[in-house]
Write a protein that binds this ligand. Structure first.
Ligand SMILES: Nc1nc2c(ncn2[C@@H]2O[C@H](COP(=O)(O)OP(=O)(O)OP(=O)(O)O)[C@@H](O)[C@H]2O)c(=O)[nH]1
Length: 331
């Protein structure tokens, strides 16, 4: 539940074409302790103001010259994408009350004001509005967690599959290709076994940062398993466009890692599959890249291999470095 402080600091806008009414409402709100209140007498400014300030409550007079309260609510509905209109209608017309609720107002206050009613309705409405915001934020956070790996913050397999799908669709539309690179660290188990799981976790985080740092902004870097990562490249012409990034990734992963004063080393193997050369569905592309990774492991690790079968496929290509995948301890 929102705290009393949060309620008193909520952002409130008073909209009324009559200066006396504005002054009266500002006075009522100030006396009640609301600290973040502004007002306008220009109904056609309300949407722009709300877009800028995202109010928690708009106290909206319904009868105004120019744009009336109903028209203002229509405009506000277009801004409030989540469909919650934080409007409390102010009206002297009994017949407008239900019409206002139908038009999207959450509640109404009758004029002339009954102070007790005004206080209670404003408080109740803010309580619901802030709770709604908290829930929306919580739900966004949960969605974020469901799509990301908690250790590295990278997209997980679920989000990766979506991204591959999008990349493939883009490739089809623009008659281009896409590459899926499946990485598996070499000798990672040895780091866990020798130095403990916490060291392994730290290495995984640093590897993730290096992979992201060595990829283009538009590429997706995902963690799909213990020491397994997948990188998706769009706008690719053929295997040659994936060779250089693969060599670069092998190189950056093989740079030494400093963990709690220890210098550790490891390398990575990579399997590359191309859309549409090697596969044309998301799962088949991942599978083809995984098979190519297996070839890279079998051929001695610390290298990349491309999936066979495509017009531009090649035999396993040696990585530029011939680093041994061992963990070493600095003196
Ligand atoms: N620290 C840490 N280790 C993990 C995590 N998830 C999986 N692992 C470990 O990662 C290791 C992965 O094993 P492998 O890929 O078979 O080991 P490897 O030594 O890299 O073997 P090769 O790939 O053949 O070189 C296992 O020891 C898992 O226990 C994790 O989140 N954190």
């Amino acid at each position: 539940m929102p705290s009393p402080d949060e309620i008193l600091n909520a952002k409130i806008l008073v909209v009324d074409d009559c200066a006396d009414n504005v002054d009266l409402m500002l006075e009522i709100l100030r006396e009640a302790g609301y600290a973040n209140v502004t007002a306008t007498m220009l109904p056609d400014q309300v949407c722009a103001l709300h877009r800028q300030h995202n109010y928690d409550l708009i106290l909206l007079d319904l009868q105004m010259p120019g744009l009336n309260g109903f028209q203002v609510m229509k405009g506000l509905k277009e801004i409030e994408q989540e469909g919650y209109l934080p409007v409390l209608a102010l009206t002297a017309q009994p017949s407008f009350k239900i019409a206002a609720l139908k038009a999207g107002a959450r509640d109404f206050i009758s004029k002339p004001f009954d102070l007790l009613e005004v206080h209670k309705r404003i408080h109740n409405m803010l309580e619901v509005r802030l709770l709604y915001k908290e829930l929306a934020q919580y739900s966004r956070k949960q969605q974020e967690l469901a799509l990301h790996d908690p250790l590295t913050g990278l997209p997980n397999r679920r989000l990766l599959e979506d991204r591959i799908e999008t990349t493939v669709q883009h490739a089809v539309r623009h008659q281009r290709k896409a590459a899926v690179m499946y990485l598996d660290l070499d000798g990672f188990k040895g780091i866990n076994d020798t130095h403990g799981h916490a060291y392994g976790d730290e290495i995984l985080k640093q590897v993730a940062q290096r992979l992201v740092g060595s990829s283009r902004k538009e590429d997706t870097v995902a963690r799909v398993g213990g020491d397994e990562f997948v990188i998706v490249l769009g706008d690719v012409n053929g295997l040659n466009d994936a060779r250089e990034p693969a060599s670069k990734l092998i190189e950056v992963v093989s740079e030494p890692y400093l963990v709690n004063g220890l210098t550790l080393r490891l390398s990575t193997s990579i399997g590359i599959a191309l859309f549409p050369d090697n596969a044309d569905s998301v799962s088949e592309l991942i599978h083809a890249a995984d098979n190519a990774l297996y070839d890279a492991k079998r051929s001695g690790k610390n290298r990349y291999c491309a999936a066979p079968g495509g017009p531009s496929s090649s035999a396993p290509a040696p990585a530029p470095l011939s680093l041994k995948s061992v963990a070493t301890t600095a003196a």
